[in-house]
Design a protein around this ligand. Structure first.
Ligand code: SF4
Length: 695
């Protein structure tokens, strides 16, 4: 036991990890954090926390932190430490050189859901106003961009409908493509409390997650569908609801676009959408599909929580719309205990999308082609802005490989490790002439960088994060930026070096500018957040001065809810004789995403490598036992993992996590992506597995 002593003071801030957004007290002795204690008044967590937020903050002071700006002319040269001015001026001169030689759109920026709202807002402002292009994107591209598209099309707003507390009023829960016990543990504990009180549970997931069967919880239905068939199973459930007269006709007549509903009703009623027809496609019995649909439609307040197992598919956006269809058809949107709830992976996925870091949208999800909106930003920022959407992240890679995209500013995102088909991404990065990485560590992406700008950890920041329930929470500086400049100051300095005036005295001024320009944020300020107890859920404006816990109460944001047709289209990624198994991916409790933070903490003691889960039948066929090293080969690439033989996965399906660069799960993932948003299809990769070495 290490005696950390008694704290002398504490600072309230917000966790750096998942989309639950737990409030924490950083307890300090002198200028050192000695412990992170969950904040009992935090509205997202109410005094709870998980092993990541509570114990995995040591990365902030890890020896791997890079604290000096660095440049190099070529990615094969050694790094050279330089002053902040020199690094920023060099980056700016390179971006301008590239634009002079190759055109305005030859450069762009990527921001991250690990950055605050204020930092993300500044990155898109820099790209739009200083670079003069809409080539800006966020890592939400590769996780929840289909949520933004699907919920906007159906309900009218790109956000979840409820508070986390709402789950305490639910009667039937569908958890689809999500493993909250590992990825959103504090929400999971609230959900489990409600389940122990008697709420019913349907889990739709290829894998037997902890929720399916644990000592105190047994799911009423587990639909272990074949990876890639989400749309099929939801359309089959809709078929049951329509053909067995389980639609909430009054709700639909009053709240929804009835022409669209009637079209949807006749579409889902078709025999090819019946559970019997879809059962073989999904690998789930028709009887279970029918039972789950009946339970959701008739069991009282029905709520749906979903994760990346929904979005990271070639039909990710279609599946999100299929979820919204089910909720509208059964009258399950617009009050406590119901709703459609994306479980966001990172703490500020919602915020990074809200802040306009998409190539087609300004802050507040307003399209760049909207002249009146564009004029508003042009007046506020004092520049003329482009009306054509810019490049998405995968388009940037393609453009780099074809020679038309040459310069990238990448803040807080390790795209080389995070994005699919690593070889493709690495080749694109190597083809660029100026890559500027702003991060805590020399990550995989920094291997392709020409300028490295040291980032600041959440303990060194002032700002806000917006969690999965639209809750804007304050992040407060616990210590001064270790490298001497906060991330927002670096972005401003880069803009000024590019010749665009961008200065603020404090991130609170950035939030004031966001509020002036974003209708759903007009009532948000740091003072107002403080008055409201430390957080507020947007929309927060004249109509909702105290924020909005539940959305779409009297009408949908878009007016009438719109049913969308959700035709199942099989993914192009098929198993074959050569690649007979389907690989899907997920997370473990103690690690977080690509592990850049948690791998640099004591959490590695709980989980030190990524493992490949394989069913006993498939393992026996290949002579594999738990502990064996196996090769995992796909059409895109090959990696090696240690196997664990388990019935948590179905025959024909294998599963791994992606926390360690050595195992490189993304070496094998493909270039397939969601048809509407280009969110990569991480969740379906046809692979062959062979034993390499014995235990
Ligand atoms: Fe809360 Fe998520 Fe942080 Fe865990 S990782 S403490 S659940 S915000």
């Amino acid at each position: 036991v290490i005696d950390l002593g008694q704290p002398e003071h504490a600072v309230i801030t917000t966790c750096a990890y998942c989309g639950v957004g737990c409030g924490f007290k950083a307890e300090m002795k002198g200028d050192k954090v000695i412990r992170m204690t969950p904040w009992k008044d935090g509205k997202a967590n109410r005094g709870h926390a998980c092993v990541k937020g509570r114990f995995a903050w040591g990365y902030a002071t890890h020896q791997d932190r890079i604290l000096n700006p660095m440049i190099r002319k070529s990615i094969t040269d050694p790094w050279q430490e330089v002053s902040w001015d020199e690094a920023i001026n060099y980056a700016a001169s390179e971006f301008r050189r590239i634009q002079d030689q190759h055109g305005r759109d030859a450069v762009g920026g990527i921001t991250s859901s690990r950055c605050t709202n204020e930092e993300t807002y500044l990155v898109q402002k820099l790209v739009r106003a200083a670079f003069g292009t809409n080539n800006v994107d966020t890592c939400a591209r590769v996780c929840h961009s289909p949520t933004g598209y699907g919920l906007k099309m159906t309900l009218g707003e790109s956000a979840g409908t409820q508070t986390f507390d709402s789950v305490m009023h639910t009667d039937v829960v569908i958890v689809m493509g999500a493993n909250p016990s590992a990825a959103h543990p504090v929400f999971a504990s609230r959900l489990k409390r409600r389940l122990r009180q008697g709420a019913r549970l349907i889990v739709i997931d290829p894998r037997q997650t902890e929720l399916v069967s644990s000592p105190h919880i047994q799911a009423d239905y587990h639909l272990p569908l074949r990876p890639g068939t989400n749309t099929a199973i939801l359309t089959a459930m809709a078929h049951v609801i329509v053909t067995e007269n389980l639609v909430n006709e009054t709700y639909v007549a009053e709240r929804c676009d009835t022409a669209a509903f009637n079209e949807w009703r006749s579409f889902v009623s078709q025999p090819q959408n019946s559970p019997e027809a879809m059962a073989e496609i999904c690998g789930v019995s028709a009887e279970d599909i029918r039972g789950a649909a009946r339970l959701y439609a008739t069991g009282g307040n029905g709520s749906i929580y979903y994760g990346l197992g929904v979005t990271e598919h070639s039909q990710g956006s279609t599946t999100v719309m299929a979820i919204a269809n089910l909720a509208m058809a059964t009258g399950n949107v617009g009050r406590e205990g119901v709703g459609v709830n994306p479980l966001r992976g990172q703490n500020n996925v919602q915020g990074s999308c809200d802040m306009g870091s998409f190539p087609h949208e300004f802050p507040g999800y307003r399209h760049v082609s909207d002249t009146s909106v564009r004029q508003q930003f042009e007046e506020a920022w004092g520049v003329s802005l482009q009306s054509e959407p810019g490049l998405r992240i995968p388009n940037m890679f393609e453009a780099a490989l074809s020679g038309s995209f040459k310069g990238l500013y990448c803040q807080g995102e390790d795209i080389v490790q995070s994005d699919p088909n690593t070889q493709h991404v690495a080749a694109a990065m190597a083809a660029m002439e100026c890559v500027v990485v702003q991060d805590l560590f020399l990550n995989e992406t920094a291997k392709y960088a020409h300028v490295f700008l040291p980032g600041s950890s959440f303990l060194e920041k002032d700002g806000t994060f917006t969690n999965a329930e639209r809750r804007i929470s304050r992040v407060r500086k616990v210590m001064e930026p270790k490298a001497g400049m906060a991330d927002w100051e670096v972005t401003c300095a880069l803009a000024r070096a590019l010749g665009y005036p961008m200065s603020y005295e404090h991130p609170g001024q950035i939030m004031d500018e966001i509020a002036r320009l974003t209708p759903t944020f007009t009532g948000v300020s740091y003072d107002r957040i403080q008055e409201l107890g430390g957080s507020v859920q947007w929309p927060c404006n004249e109509q909702a001065p105290e924020g909005t816990p539940t959305m779409h109460i009297d009408e949908f944001v878009r007016g009438k809810g719109r049913f969308m047709l959700t035709q199942y289209v099989p993914t192009e990624e098929r198993s074959s004789r050569k690649f007979p198994l389907l690989l899907t991916t997920g997370r473990i409790l103690s690690q977080y995403n690509v592990g850049a933070q948690t791998r640099r903490t004591d959490n590695v003691a709980w989980h030190a490598e990524d493992l490949l889960e394989i069913h006993p039948v498939d393992a026996e066929d290949r002579g594999i036992r738990s502990g064996d090293k196996v090769s995992v080969k796909s059409r895109a690439g090959e990696t090696a993992l240690r196997a664990t033989v388990t019935e948590r996965v179905q025959p024909g399906v294998v599963y791994t996590t992606f926390h360690f660069p050595e195992s490189g799960a993304n070496v094998v993932t493909t270039n397939n992506s969601d048809w509407a948003t280009n969110c990569p299809e991480y969740k379906v990769t046809a692979v062959q597995i062979q034993r390499v070495t014995s235990e």
